[in-house]
Design a protein around this ligand. Structure first.
Ligand code: SF4
Length: 288
């Protein structure tokens, strides 16, 4: 029974306003990617066991942590070499083929961070580093964490670091739902105009940029509400029927070869062999 239908909702009385649906941008995208995976990741308890962390995730976490911690150093110590050292101390060995493979990628990542930081003004302190932002709409309570939020004088800019093989384009920045939601949330929280979103690709030094308009941010918020409405209907069904709910179909496709929950999903296992722990260092993971 839908919201506002006057019926009896899960744990709520007829006629009372429904609680807001709480979600992060990644939770909304998980629903779009595969409702079956969403069920396992966000609803089933205990959460089905996932596979060990892959190498590209280890690399991404280490680089993000290094770029975060770099801003905690005193201004005079924020050098590119210090960034490379932070990559070394943040490094996570999990998922690489062997110690040599891990070292090769660690050194490569240190070079990428060194090159990237050479163009960053160490005295231009961002407004936020891994800053949590939130925003409420009529139906949705959104929250998420921004890699970096810059004050560019005439407005704020959302910066997202990318470490994958695929070089992002301006169109990727334009179509990204998370970036738009972060911009809308930052605008609301800081009461400063925030329409600029950027993808900073460490391996290539590419910066993909898009300037939203208030209208395009509004369209993204409407898109988020629409996804959330579908996910909420499915969650209500899950509360009633559990894993027998028919609202969580397996979205079988190339992502199944990378899926952390694949071992619990016979339909996904039928789609080609599982990718190795380090495959994403060589092959791009399919876009979603
Ligand atoms: S293996 Fe594929 S179909 Fe199964 S949960 Fe993962 S992404 Fe979905």
């Amino acid at each position: 029974m839908g919201a506002g239908s006057g019926g009896f909702e899960q744990g709520e009385l007829a006629g009372m306003p429904r609680r807001l649906f709480r979600a992060s941008p990644s939770k909304l995208l998980a629903w779009v990617d595969c409702p079956r995976r969403y069920r396992m990741q966000y609803l089933e308890r205990p959460t089905p066991q996932t596979r060990p962390q892959r190498a590209h995730t280890s690399l991404g976490v280490a680089v993000h942590n290094a770029l975060r911690d770099w801003w905690d150093l005193p201004g005079e110590r924020r050098t590119p070499a210090a960034g490379a050292e932070l990559v070394r101390t943040s490094w996570i060995e999990s998922g690489f083929r062997d110690p040599d493979h891990s070292r090769t990628w660690r050194e490569r990542s240190q070079e990428h961070v060194t090159t990237y930081l050479a163009d960053v003004d160490p005295h231009s302190q961002p407004l936020g580093i891994e800053r949590t932002v939130s925003l409420k709409t009529g139906t949705l309570a959104l929250s998420g964490r921004i890699d970096r939020l810059d004050d560019r004088g005439d407005g704020l800019a959302v910066v997202d670091y990318k470490t994958s093989r695929t070089v992002p384009t301006d169109d990727d920045a334009r179509t990204s739902l998370p970036l738009a939601l972060y911009a809308a949330a930052a605008w609301k929280m800081f009461r400063r105009r925030c329409v600029r979103v950027e993808l900073h690709h460490l391996p290539s030094g590419t910066v993909a940029v898009h300037e939203h308009t208030p209208e395009s941010l509004q369209r993204k918020l409407a898109e988020a509400e629409s996804i959330a409405a579908d996910a909420r209907r499915a969650e209500d069904d899950y509360a009633q029927f559990g894993v027998d709910s028919g609202r969580f179909p397996a979205q079988v496709g190339p992502l199944c070869q990378w899926c952390d929950f694949r071992r619990h999903c016979p339909a996904g296992q039928a789609f080609g062999p599982e990718k190795s722990d380090w495959a994403a260092l060589e092959d791009p993971v399919p876009a979603t």
